[in-house]
Design a binder for this molecule. Structure first.
Ligand code: C2O
Ligand code: CU
Ligand code: CU
Length: 423
C-alpha cells in the first residue's frame, strides 16, 4: 500500500463479498477490499500516520501486532473505532526489520472480526541489507495462513467461531485469502514471510517431500544465523521468515501435519495441504544464503532481574479474567524482566504487546536454534512452561495499558488477557 499524498496510509474496514469457491460468493470483511488488507511497508526512522476508517456496522479496533509504539496508538481494546468513525494513530518506527501484522482487538469480539477477514501485514525495513531475497511478490512473498469451514453453498461457516473450547477449527486452508493457492516460482530461492493469522490452529508447516529450508527470522526480527529445519511450528499470531530453494520445473506442496496423540478437535491435530508451488523450467539465479543475517543479538537479563509468573488455566491468567478497568502489572520504563509462563491446562500461547522477548527456556531447556530469535508470541503446548527474557520500551503512560494474552482468539475473547502499563 502506498501512502496518500499527505503521507497517510488509508485503511478502510468494510463489508463485502468474496468468492473463495468460484461462483459462490460469501459475505466477508476486509480492509480496502473484500477480504484481508494490503501489506504496509515502513522503514526504521519513518514517521508514519494511519487513517483507519470504520465503514462496518460494528465497532472495531485495529492493533499493530509486533510494532513498538505508545500504548494509545496500539489499537488494543481501548482504542475503539465506532461505525463511521476514523482513528488516526501515528508513531515513529523504531525497531529492527521484521514482519508484523494488523488485526482488530475489540474486547470479546476479536475472533469474529479476524475470522471474517480483517487482517494484513505490516513489514518494517531497516538499514541492514542482508542479501536475502527481497523483491516483494517475486522472491519475497507473504503467506498468511488461515483455516476455514465452508457451508455447502460456499458460505463461510461462522456459527462455531464464538463457541466451544477453540472456536472454529477448519480443514480448508486459505493462503492470502485464497483456497487451493498456487505460487509460480521464478527464482532459485524464495523468502516466505509466514504469518499464522488463524483463530486457533497451530501449524507444523513443511513440504510434502521433506525438503529442508532455512528459517531467517522469527516474530520480531532476523536471526543471527540461518537455522536449517524441515518444519516450523507456528501458533496463532506467530511469524517465521523462511528461505526455500526450488529446482527448475518442479512442483511441491506445503502442508501441515498434526502432532500425534492429540485429541480430536485440538488445534495441533489434523493433516491438510496448504498450497502448491510450481517452479518455472528456467529459474533466475538467487544469491547464496548469507552466513550471518545481522539480526539483533540476544541480551541476557541482568542479574537479579525481576521475575513475574503467569499461570494459564482454562481461560484465565493467574485465576483472573480480563477486566478493562484493572491494571494487572506495572512495569518500569526500559525494564528487562523475566516472565515465566506456566501452562496448567490444554494448548495456549502467550503474546505480549510492544516488547521484544527471547525464549530462555521451554520446559527447562533452551528452545531449538530457529526459535532463539526475537519474539512477541510463544506457543505453550499442554502443560508446558516457558521462561522469557522480556525487554520493555520507554513509551511511558501511567493510564493507557498494553495487553498480554493468549492469541487463540476464542480464549482471548473469553477473558484470557491482562493489562500492563509502562511508567
Ligand atoms: Cu495480535 Cu493483542 O494481538
Ligand atoms: Cu499484539
Ligand atoms: Cu489459550
Amino acid at each position: 500500500l502506498e501512502p496518500s499524498t499527505d503521507g497517510e496510509f488509508v485503511l478502510t474496514m468494510q463489508a463485502g463479498r468474496t468468492e473463495f469457491q468460484p461462483g459462490r460468493p460469501t459475505p466477508t470483511w476486509g480492509i480496502n477490499g473484500s477480504y484481508l488488507g494490503p501489506t504496509i511497508r515502513v522503514s526504521r526512522g519513518d514517521r508514519v500516520r494511519m487513517r483507519v476508517v470504520n465503514r462496518l456496522a460494528e465497532t472495531s479496533t485495529l492493533h499493530w501486532h509486533g510494532i513498538r509504539l505508545p500504548a494509545r496508538m496500539d489499537g488494543g481494546p481501548h482504542q475503539m473505532i465506532e461505525p463511521g468513525a476514523t482513528w488516526t494513530p501515528e508513531w515513529t518506527v523504531d525497531q529492527p526489520a521484521m514482519t508484523g501484522w494488523y488485526h482488530p482487538h475489540l474486547h470479546e469480539h476479536t475472533a469474529m472480526h479476524v475470522y471474517r477477514g480483517l487482517a494484513g501485514l505490516i513489514v518494517v525495513d531497516d538499514a541492514n541489507r542482508t542479501g536475502l531475497p527481497g523483491e516483494y511478490g517475486v522472491d519475497d512473498v507473504p503467506l498468511i495462513l488461515q483455516d476455514k469451514k465452508f457451508e455447502d453453498g460456499g458460505q463461510l461457516e461462522e456459527g462455531g467461531v464464538d463457541r466451544g473450547t477453540w472456536g472454529v477449527l477448519g480443514e480448508d486452508a486459505l493462503v492470502n485469502g485464497t483456497l487451493n493457492a498456487r505460487f509460480a516460482v521464478t527464482t532459485e530461492a524464495v523468502r516466505f514471510r509466514i504469518l499464522n493469522a488463524s483463530n486457533a490452529r497451530v501449524y507444523r508447516a513443511g513440504f510434502t517431500d521433506g525438503r529442508r529450508f532455512h528459517v531467517v527470522a522469527t516474530d520480531a526480527g532476523l536471526l543471527r544465523q540461518p537455522a536449517e529445519v524441515d518444519r516450523v511450528k507456528l501458533s496463532p499470531g506467530e511469524r517465521a521468515e523462511i528461505v526455500v530453494r526450488f529446482a527448475p520445473g518442479e512442483q511441491v506442496v506445503l502442508n501441515r501435519i498434526g502432532e500425534t496423540a492429540r485429541a480430536a478437535g485440538d488445534p495441533e491435530e489434523d493433516d491438510f495441504d496448504l498450497m502448491t508451488f510450481v517452479a518455472d523450467p528456467r529459474l533466475e539465479p538467487s544469491p547464496p544464503m548469507p552466513a550471518a543475517l545481522g539480526g539483533p543479538p540476544a541480551v541476557p537479563p541482568p542479574p537479579g532481574a525481576r521475575v513475574r509468573t503467569f499461570r494459564l488455566s482454562g481461560s484465565e491468567i493467574n485465576d483472573r479474567d480480563m477486566d478493562m478497568t484493572r491494571i494487572d502489572e506495572v512495569v518500569p520504563a526500559g525494564a528487562h524482566e523475566i516472565w515465566e509462563i506456566v501452562n496448567e491446562s490444554y494448548a495456549h500461547n502467550f503474546h505480549i504487546h510492544e516488547v521484544e522477548f527471547r525464549i530462555l527456556e521451554l520446559n527447562g531447556a533452551p528452545p531449538p536454534a530457529w526459535q532463539q530469535g526475537p519474539k512477541d508470541t510463544v506457543f505453550l503446548p499442554k502443560g508446558a512452561k516457558a521462561r522469557l527474557s522480556v525487554r520493555f520500551n520507554t513509551h511511558v503512560d501511567p493510564v493507557a495499558p498494553y495487553m498480554y494474552h493468549c492469541h487463540i482468539l476464542r480464549h482471548e475473547d473469553k477473558g484470557m488477557m491482562g493489562q500492563f502499563v509502562v511508567v
